[in-house]
Design a protein around this ligand. Structure first.
Ligand SMILES: Cc1cc2nc3c(=O)[nH]c(=O)nc-3n(C[C@H](O)[C@H](O)[C@H](O)COP(=O)(O)OP(=O)(O)OC[C@H]3O[C@@H](n4cnc5c(N)ncnc54)[C@H](O)[C@@H]3O)c2cc1C
Length: 372
C-alpha cells in the first residue's frame, strides 16, 4: 500500500477495474476501427457497482476516493481509452449535477445515475475552444425556464446520453443546467476523431431546447474537486502504460536482421525506454499527489490538475512515439496496436485544458497574474 495510492478498503474496486480493463483490451482495436461507442463496456462498468461507489454517501454511494478513482481510470485507459474517456465524462457530468444541483434535483440525478441512465458533458462550444467553462451562448427566458439554441462540440458519448450537463449565459453569467435528451437535441457528424475514435464525439445541436428552472444549478458555494479534472490526467497515464507494454512486447520478439539479436538489446532503445519510463513514474506519482489533494479538498487541487495533465499528456505522446520508433514498419501497420496508441496519445494533448493552455495557466500562477 502507498500513502498516495488507493486506500486498502477500496482495493477491491481497483481489482474489479483490473479485470474489466483486461476484457475491454480485447475489443479496443475493433471499436477503434468501427468508431462504435463501446456501450457494452460502459454497461459492464455500471453492473460492477463502480458507478454507484463514486456517489457521495448521502446519495447511497461510497464516495470512492480520488486516489482509487485515478488508479481505476488509468487501468481502464490502458485497456480501452475510448471507454475510459466516456466513463470519465459520464461520471463527471453525473457527479457534477448531483453535487451542484438543488436538493430535489440532486436526488433526481442520483437516482437516474443509479438506474443506469447515461450522462455527458455538453460544455465546449465551436467558437470557445478550450474555454469550456466560459460559454458564449445566451439562453433566453421562457415559460418554465430558458430556451437554448446553439451547438456544443466534442460531447463524448452524446448519442447514448440521457442527460447532459450544459453551461450557458444567463444575464451574462455562466450557469450550469441539467438537460434531458429530447427531440430538440440533434447529433451532427463532425468527422471522426483521429484518436479515441470510439468516444462518440459529435456536434450537439440544441434548437429551442427548454432548460428547466428546476434543473438550474445554483451558484457554487464552496470549493470542491471534480471528477473530470481529477480523472483526465489518468487517461493519458493509461495510454502511456499501453505504449510501453506494446514496445516491450515488440522489442523482445523482433530480431535485428544483421545480428539476430532481439531489438531489446539495442542501447538507444534501452536508454530511451528507461528515460520515458522514469518520466512516466514521476508523472504518475504527481497525479497521485493531485488525487490526494482532491481527497483533502485542498485549494491546491486545481493548479495540481494542470501540472498532472501537462506531465501525463507529454509522457503519453513521448512513450507512444518511442513505441512507434521501436515498432518500425510493423508498428506503422493498421494491425499493430502501436499506431492506435499513438493516435490515442494525441487526444489527451488536445482535450481541454490543452497542453499549451496548461502551460499558460501554470505560468500565470507563477507570475501571479490576475487570470491565474
Ligand atoms: C477526444 C475528445 C473528447 C472530448 N470530450 C468532450 C466532452 O465530453 N465534453 C466537452 O464539453 N468537450 C469535450 N472535448 C472538447 C475539449 O475539451 C476542448 O474543448 C477542445 O478539444 C479544444 O477546443 P478547440 O479544438 O476549439 O481548440 P482551441 O481552444 O481553438 O485551441 C487551438 C490551439 O490553440 C491553443 N490554445 C488555445 N487557447 C490557448 C491559450 N489560452 N494559451 C495557449 N494556447 C492556446 C491550443 O492548445 C491548441 O493548440 C473533447 C475533446 C476531445 C479531443
Amino acid at each position: 500500500m502507498h500513502p498516495l495510492g488507493p486506500p486498502p478498503e477500496e482495493q477491491h474496486w481497483v481489482d474489479t477495474a483490473t479485470e474489466l480493463a483486461a476484457e475491454f483490451a480485447k475489443t479496443a482495436a475493433a471499436y477503434d476501427e468501427s468508431t462504435e461507442v463501446p456501450r457494452a463496456n460502459l454497461e459492464a462498468l455500471h453492473a460492477s457497482g463502480l458507478d454507484a461507489a463514486l456517489l457521495p454517501r448521502d446519495f447511497g454511494g461510497e464516495n470512492l476516493s480520488y486516489r482509487s478513482y485515478g488508479e481505476i481510470v488509468r487501468l481502464l485507459a490502458a485497456g480501452c481509452p475510448s471507454t475510459a474517456c466516456i466513463w470519465v465524462m459520464h461520471v463527471g457530468a453525473a457527479m457534477g449535477l448531483v453535487e451542484m444541483s438543488s436538493p430535489d434535483s440532486a436526488r433526481f440525478y442520483a437516482s437516474e445515475y443509479l438506474a443506469g441512465r447515461r450522462f455527458a458533458n455538453a460544455l465546449s462550444e465551436p467558437s470557445g475552444g478550450n474555454l469550456f467553462l466560459l460559454p458564449q451562448q445566451h439562453a433566453q427566458p421562457a415559460d418554465g425556464g430558458f430556451r437554448l439554441s446553439g451547438a456544443k462540440r466534442f460531447t463524448s458519448g452524446c448519442e447514448i446520453a440521457d442527460h447532459f450537463l450544459v453551461n450557458v449565459l444567463i444575464d451574462d453569467k455562466p450557469t450550469f443546467f441539467g438537460a434531458a435528451a429530447d427531440e430538440t437535441i440533434k447529433y451532427l457528424p463532425i468527422g471522426d476523431t483521429m484518436g479515441l475514435r470510439a468516444n462518440g464525439s459529435r456536434l450537439v445541436d440544441f434548437r429551442d431546447t427548454l432548460l428547466l428552472s428546476e434543473r438550474r444549478c445554483p451558484p457554487s458555494t464552496g470549493h470542491r474537486p471534480n471528477r473530470i479534472g481529477g480523472g483526465i490526467a489518468f487517461l493519458s497515464l493509461g495510454v502511456a502504460d499501453a505504449a510501453i507494454a506494446a514496445l516491450i512486447e515488440h522489442a523482445r520478439s523482433r530480431k535485428i536482421p544483421t545480428t539476430g539479436e532481439p531489438l531489446a538489446t539495442m542501447q538507444w532503445l534501452r536508454f530511451d525506454l528507461a528515460d520515458v519510463d522514469s518520466r512516466l513514474a514521476a508523472a504518475g506519482m504527481y497525479a497521485r499527489h493531485m488525487t490526494w489533494l482532491a481527497d483533502q479538498n485542498s485549494l491546491e487541487f486545481n493548479p495540481a490538475t494542470l501540472r498532472a495533465k501537462l506531465l501525463a499528456n507529454q509522457v503519453a505522446v513521448d512513450a507512444a512515439q518511442l513505441a512507434l520508433k521501436a515498432g518500425g514498419g510493423s508498428g506503422y501497420l493498421s494491425t499493430s496496436p502501436i499506431q492506435r496508441i499513438l493516435r490515442d496519445a494525441y487526444a489527451g494533448w488536445v482535450m481541454a485544458y490543452s497542453v499549451e493552455v496548461c502551460r499558460d495557466r501554470i505560468s500565470a500562477i507563477l507570475f501571479e497574474e490576475a487570470n491565474a
